[in-house]
Write a protein that binds this ligand. Structure first.
Ligand SMILES: Cc1cc2nc3c(=O)[nH]c(=O)nc-3n(C[C@H](O)[C@H](O)[C@H](O)COP(=O)(O)OP(=O)(O)OC[C@H]3O[C@@H](n4cnc5c(N)ncnc54)[C@H](O)[C@@H]3O)c2cc1C
Length: 444
């Protein structure tokens, strides 16, 4: 097991965590026995502080590797630290794809379970946890194989539990069959938010994958104009030539941090305009590679440097269908605030799963990328929190770095259920993180 340091922020001052790289279950058990404040970490693609613990011990899961054989019905057991990228490198050539993928394949399997990630197919296929058959979990009180049948409370508390119930060492996953490495994509442009939301409500159920990119910088009749892309896996019979190629490594990269202030209302407005105009008004059945369709950002390494040293805030909420108007209000608030926002991502969510901290609830979800800098930003975010709270909605832990405990209790009404399970397997709260400290996610 190797050791190095991770720089993070404590409550008021910056501080370090010790980083360990356990390579076996025994190493994980030893780390949990010998240390008091511990959290697991994958590829660090969460936007906030769930995978760091200032002054404590971070267990990188990357040495917990190994891709098992994919069975004839698509079940595979993987080391917790295997990334979706690494899995796809072997599974696509064999005709299998992950059942759910976030917008980047640079996440580990355990990270995907712990955040219960969702993709463009949540409206039909649910989130990642629904497709997990079994987890191997090391907790301070023992090591368990858990599944929806075997200790369902611990299984579902771990799905979406942000690493606070234990360290996952392996994941058994149900994959989906694909015949080609292409997706057939329909693209449509909409001149305002109402029309794109109407189209999603009408027809999303006919597509396996659907996402809308919404312009939050336009006002008036064009407020929330959007590009809607929807697709399905191409069958061999859809294409002249059939390929099943592993995703390629990115050729492009951003070598330096962009100057702070480069992304301001004017430049973001121009970017959004170009993006909107470059999309076809209406196009059907365009073949796109799996990487282009699912992971466009993975094509540019270190894309986050474009935001400069100040960086950006991700903000993602969901609300049920009865509160669809919250999406409209949020975009109205943003477009009138002068706070620049890149194209926002709007998706439909389908049925929730039994996880008490799983984020998705049926209805709408909106994800925003907001460059840090404008003085109005904190106020706008507070206003969005209030709107989401009023609508009975919630914010995604994997993208949060600023909520407080009161709001979280209101957003996640089953929090005590989660904490009771955590207390059962971790009575001394050895598993903690900066997120858990900030939101008071402790079981005892
Ligand atoms: C460009 C981009 C696009 C994204 N798009 C989406 C999207 O479409 N949908 C979506 O849902 N999310 C999305 N995300 C968020 C991302 O999918 C999640 O934050 C995911 O959890 C990151 O996985 P990771 O391996 O990097 O984990 P980390 O960020 O390192 O950790 C995330 C959580 O997993 C826990 N964890 C890690 N390893 C273990 C382990 N072995 N045992 C127990 N807990 C563990 C950590 O403690 C932490 O709480 C996106 C992120 C980026 C950067």
């Amino acid at each position: 097991m190797t050791r190095h340091a991770l720089y993070g922020w404590g409550r008021t001052t910056p501080s370090f965590a010790t980083v360990l790289n356990p390579a076996s279950e025994e190493d994980v058990v030893a780390a949990l026995t010998q240390n008091r404040e511990v959290i697991a970490r994958g590829l660090g693609r969460s936007y906030g502080d769930p995978a760091q613990v200032s002054g404590g011990v971070v267990l990188s899961n990357r040495a917990l590797g190994g891709v098992g054989e994919i069975s004839s019905d698509g079940v595979v057991t993987l080391g917790a630290g295997v990334s979706i990228d690494e899995l796809l490198a072997v599974s696509i050539p064999a005709g299998w794809f992950v059942p759910v993928t976030p917008g980047t394949r640079q996440v580990t399997l355990a990270g995907a379970v712990a955040a219960d990630v969702h993709g463009k197919n949540h409206h039909l296929d649910g989130s990642f946890g629904v497709h997990v058959r079994q987890l191997r979990l090391v907790t301070p009180t023992g090591t368990f194989d858990v599944s929806p049948e075997r200790d369902p409370e611990l299984f579902w508390a771990t799905v979406g539990g942000m690493g606070l119930t234990g360290v996952i060492t392996s994941v058994t996953l149900q994959m989906i069959r694909i015949e080609t490495d292409q997706v057939l994509v329909d693209t449509e442009r909409f001149s305002n938010l109402e029309s794109v939301m109407g189209a999603m409500l009408d027809k999303d159920h006919e597509y396996r994958y659907s996402v809308a990119w919404v312009d939050c910088m336009t006002k008036g009749a064009h407020m929330g104009r959007a590009i809607l892309t929807r697709g399905r896996h191409a069958l061999a019979s859809d294409l002249d030539a059939v390929t099943l190629a592993a995703p390629r490594s990115p050729k492009l990269f951003v070598p330096i941090d962009a100057p702070s202030g480069l992304l301001n209302a004017a430049s973001v407005r121009i970017f959004n305009e170009v993006w909107f105009r470059s999309a076809p008004k209406h196009q059907e059945n365009e073949p796109q590679s799996l990487s282009t369709f699912f992971h466009p950002l993975d094509g540019v390494r270190d894309w986050n440097r474009l935001y400069g040293r100040r960086g950006f805030v991700q903000y993602q909420f969901c609300v049920d269908d009865a509160h669809a108007n919250t999406v409209v209000e949020a975009i109205t608030r943003l477009s009138s605030s002068g706070v620049p926002s890149f194209l926002a991502v709007l998706k439909r969510f389908g049925a929730a799963n039994p996880g008490p901290l799983s984020f998705p609830v049926p209805g709408w979800t909106l994800a925003l990328d907001l460059p840090v800098g404008p003085r109005a930003l904190p106020r706008v975010l507070d206003d969005l929190d209030e709107m989401v709270l009023e609508a009975g909605g919630r914010i995604y832990f994997a993208k949060d770095a600023r909520l407080g405990p009161d709001k979280v209790r209101a957003m996640y009404p089953r929090l005590d259920e989660f904490l009771a399970v955590k207390h059962r397997v971790d009575p001394e709260d050895r598993l903690t993180s900066d997120l858990a400290r900030r939101l008071d996610l402790v079981g005892s």
